[in-house]
Design a protein around this ligand. Structure first.
Ligand SMILES: [Zn+2]
Length: 248
């Protein structure tokens, strides 16, 4: 009697990790943009941000872009329906076939449910569910990152009075200019921003957590260590998700 080798999986596919759709979450100041770029480089997959999609559609004058422009010029926020459609078009492009990093979408529970339903359609590759990873930085460290920020108006060098101070207080090391602080880099603004962020994000986090597709990465570590933690969380969640699907 002969055994049949598994035809569906070549050795190459077996070795190559398929990242699939990844939603990166994180409050302003946690370094989400930097971490998204590191994942883009590591896995060779695109980053899809709603801000870029909106600007791109408006610039190209697409039907959705024109609608969005009209809504925005009347002082309103672009609704879920338009954002959902922009994402759907984007996800049908070739470069998303191994996965993609979602940034700023899904922002609401409705969007998260919509995306889950939609990407089960066979036209969307890879056929993997969204995994959400939240970069978490302690309140005190985040507060210091933001309220400690100082900028040189001349050479634009950015300092932090706690983690990367100039040699002389409030003076640029390179040109001696007096450093400035952005008017919204203050604790009251930070507290408000955090409240808004937590309120918006909580339902989305709960949705993915309930389905075992959520992890937190410690954002207090170095940039490289945070990236390693995100990649490890992603591999672990994919493996767990594959096992659940296989056992169904
Ligand atoms: Zn300077």
């Amino acid at each position: 009697m002969t055994t049949t080798p598994a035809l569906h999986s070549t050795a190459q596919e077996g070795n190559e990790f398929l990242p699939g759709p990844v939603l990166l979450l994180g409050a302003p100041g946690v370094g989400k943009g930097t971490q998204a770029q590191l994942l883009v480089t590591k896995y060779g997959i695109p980053q899809i941000s709603t801000g870029d999609l909106l600007r791109g559609n408006i610039a190209r004058g697409t039907e959705l872009g024109l609608k969005a422009k009209e809504i925005m010029s009347s002082g309103h926020l672009v609704d879920d329906e338009i954002v959902n459609q922009m994402v759907l078009y984007r996800l049908q492009e070739q470069d998303t076939h191994r996965g993609y990093i979602l940034d700023g979408y899904p922002r609401t529970l409705d969007q998260a449910k919509f995306l889950d339903r939609t990407i089960t359609d066979p036209i969307f590759l890879p056929r993997l569910p969204v995994i959400a990873i939240s970069i978490v930085v302690s309140y005190d460290q985040l507060l210091q990152r933001i309220t400690g920020r100082r900028t040189c108006p001349t050479c634009k060098h950015i300092y932090n009075i706690y983690s990367n101070p100039p040699k002389v207080v409030d003076v640029c090391d390179f040109d001696g200019a007096a450093l400035t602080q952005r008017s919204d880099d203050t604790e009251p603004v930070f507290v408000e921003r955090m409240k808004t962020f937590d309120a918006q994000t909580a339902p989305v986090v709960a949705h993915y957590r309930d389905q075992g597709r959520f992890a937190e990465a410690d954002g207090n570590l170095s940039m490289e260590a945070v990236s390693t933690a995100i990649q490890q969380a992603l591999v672990d969640l994919r493996r767990a998700s594959d096992l659940r699907r296989a056992s169904r």
